[in-house]
Write a protein that binds this ligand. Structure first.
Ligand code: SAM
Ligand code: SF4
Length: 333
């Protein structure tokens, strides 16, 4: 039997897939998409649930153990819960995680708990209702907070993802750190990345990870570094006496590429071997052309055998323009 384990040409094993199940979203976070939205992929061009299940089945056979469902907003896609039920039954798939904006999630949480969803990343950039509206261009703050409390109540391991943006939410950094005092939550601050779908206003990175950390240290001088889990994209910290932890993700500075264990699949079936590349091959087209399982596996192995060593190289090799012309909702974060 041939060895189909997914290793790249730099010796890194890939065991984690981020699957963006839709590019559609009910928020308009300004760092992700323009106010008028993006040109959505026509429905027939999205990977179907059957195609995604076939793909995941093949990838699990190649050593994938962890899946993150992302988007767009995963829960705007119809029948999402049926898909999650099927994934949670898949033998060999050890962890199914979800990243969500929390607008439609609260009523689903009891079932997500029952299914055994391993953890949920809730995107929340501010604890202030007015700033939430400015950032997301929608008035859903209370609903998202309801989701946050329901996640805690059901004891689903929860991370909060907050993109740090000069002039928008830096006053929220310390209050969000304070959330870790009362709640067993991992609050993660993310450097803003250049994927806003606008093709303009490339962010200048004022709030890089070192600045975020020193800002937190100015209020919490006793903050301690804790070990980062293997392949972690975040630097992790704990404040003595707090129940939760704090993470900082150098998503723009790209300090974590050396141990990268992940690939991404976009809503229309493009494989990305790096967040910053513009797609390596289209799996949907391959499958719809009638490829056998063996052919699909071979194509993955070839793609991983030719992977950029880091996000800087991947960005340099892009064929179809700069990241800024893409919306993060077509990639999944
Ligand atoms: N809609 C879901 C949500 O917001 O959680 C899932 C998809 S969203 C694209 C995934 C993650 O990407 C979110 O945590 C979001 O904050 C992050 N994101 C989107 N655009 C970003 C950007 N330009 N820089 C950094 N993070 C970004
Ligand atoms: Fe939607 Fe998530 Fe993008 Fe915000 S970050 S617009 S919630 S896909």
């Amino acid at each position: 039997m041939p060895n189909h384990q997914l290793f790249d040409n730099h010796g890194r094993q890939v065991n984690y897939v981020r699957l963006a199940v839709t590019d559609r979203c009910n928020l308009r976070c300004f760092y992700c998409m323009p106010e008028e939205g993006i040109k959505y992929v026509p429905k027939e061009d999205l990977l179907t649930y059957e195609e995604m299940l076939r793909l995941m089945h093949l990838l699990v056979g190649m050593g994938i153990e962890k899946l993150r469902i992302t988007g767009g907003e995963p829960f705007v896609r119809r029948d999402m819960m049926d898909f999650l039920r099927a994934l949670c039954r898949m033998e060999g798939l050890k962890k199914v995680n979800i990243t969500t904006n929390g607008t439609l999630t609260a009523p689903l949480i009891p079932e997500l708990k029952q299914l055994g969803i391993h953890s949920i990343n809730l995107s929340l950039d501010t604890l202030d209702k007015a700033r939430f509206h400015q950032i997301t261009r929608r008035d859903s703050f209370d609903t998202v907070m309801e989701t946050f409390h329901a996640l805690l109540e059901h004891e689903i391991p929860t991370k909060i993802n907050a993109v740090v943006m000069e002039g928008k939410n830096t006053e929220d950094i310390l209050p969000m750190v304070e959330l870790t005092k009362q709640h067993p939550v991992n609050v993660r601050f993310i450097e803003e990345m250049p994927f806003n779908g606008e093709g303009s206003n490339s962010p200048t990175l004022t709030w890089h990870y070192r600045k975020i950390l020193s800002h937190i240290q100015s209020r919490y001088p006793d903050i301690e570094k804790i070990p980062d889990p293997p392949h972690s994209t975040s630097y992790n910290y704990r404040i003595p006496g707090h129940q939760g932890t704090v993470g900082i993700i150098a998503a723009y500075s790209r300090t974590f590429c050396g141990t990268c264990n992940r690939i991404r699949i976009t809503p229309k079936g493009m494989l990305k071997t790096c967040l910053y590349d513009d797609g390596v091959f289209n799996i949907r087209d391959l499958m719809r052309a009638g490829a056998t399982d063996e052919q699909v596996r071979e194509t993955f192995l070839q793609a991983l055998g030719n992977r950029a060593k880091d996000g800087w190289e991947a960005e340099k090799n892009r064929k179809f323009g700069l990241p800024i012309q893409e919306s993060m909702s077509t990639i999944g974060g």
